[in-house]
Design a protein around this ligand. Sequence first.
Ligand code: XIL
Length: 350
Amino acid sequence: MRLPPFELLLGLLLLGTLNASADTPLKETYAESFEVGVAVQAAQLDRAPESRLITRHFGMVVAEYQMKANVIAPREGEYDWSAADAIVAFAEANGMRVRGHALLWHQSTPDWFLAGGDPAAIRARLETYVHDVVSRYRGRVFAWDVVNEPVGDGEGPYRDNAWYRAVGKAYIDWAFHAAREADPDCLLFLNDYGTERKAKLERVMGVVADLLDRSVPVDGVGHQFHLGRRQTMDGIHEALDAVADAGLVSHITELDISAYNDPGSCFVNRTGCEPELLDDEIAGFLAEQADLYHAVFEAARIRPSVSAVLTWGLHDGQSWLNNFPLRRTNHPLLFDRSLKPKPALQGLVD
Ligand code: XIL
């Protein structure tokens, strides 16, 4: 019998390898070291092509915005659980875990929480809200971002937000204590962005140390890791090490890698923002992005202290970065706008 030519055999072999990798669920690739999750919107769970990708590649979901206070409790004493319930039910039906995000975030706090300015009333409203949300999902949401982005970027350690102006840093303690009381088994996180930058990391760890000193029940730090082009790995390693050294767990909670690396002014007043990528620049970016995704997943894989990595959305068309810090086409996630796996996903499952 004549053997097929060598090139043909090699071709078939390569094709086999490619298929094998495209078929490998992302969550299985890292199963031995951490769980892999994705931020979702309730509506996309009803769209089969998206929900199939979600259940195939991810073992965990987090609500991109539908478990925030402005959605769950737009008015005092009135709850709308519909979207949050749908997300939790989807996860349970598919054997996935749920990360809760976020009990308190200054940007999603409806005005009624802080109305009147009386600290005792503010505390009571916060404790009632945290109690009601955490108990509703007790045993079903395994980890909560209790306070999101409480750390400042400038002078003092605390962000100068409406909560801080009303009651000082005490709001952070109240939220954590109320969450622990409502579900003693849930993991409680302080979640923030920019921990990959030294100055911010120091402030975050200072705030965490202060909480632990006063026996406030914090179990872990969530690193958002909204990264940009040309991000180096040093800061990522330092952030994960600092949390492990403090004896806490790390979750990488909102990973995405923007095609842009904007200066600070772009975030302050939208000046100096990088121009939209040209078509012939996209492939080069996607290759760089694949390397960086791989390096971040490796940083998580080698550390027992990192137990979850979640991307902030499923596909590029869903990403908040198409609108922040300005409206501009972005390509930050693992699947493209037509739901095709990008080089970054290939690199992770290979
Ligand atoms: C963003 C969502 O992606 C948007 O859909 C929403 O309108 C605003 O919030 N840091 C966080 C997330 O902790 O909650 C933010 O999510 C992105 C920045």
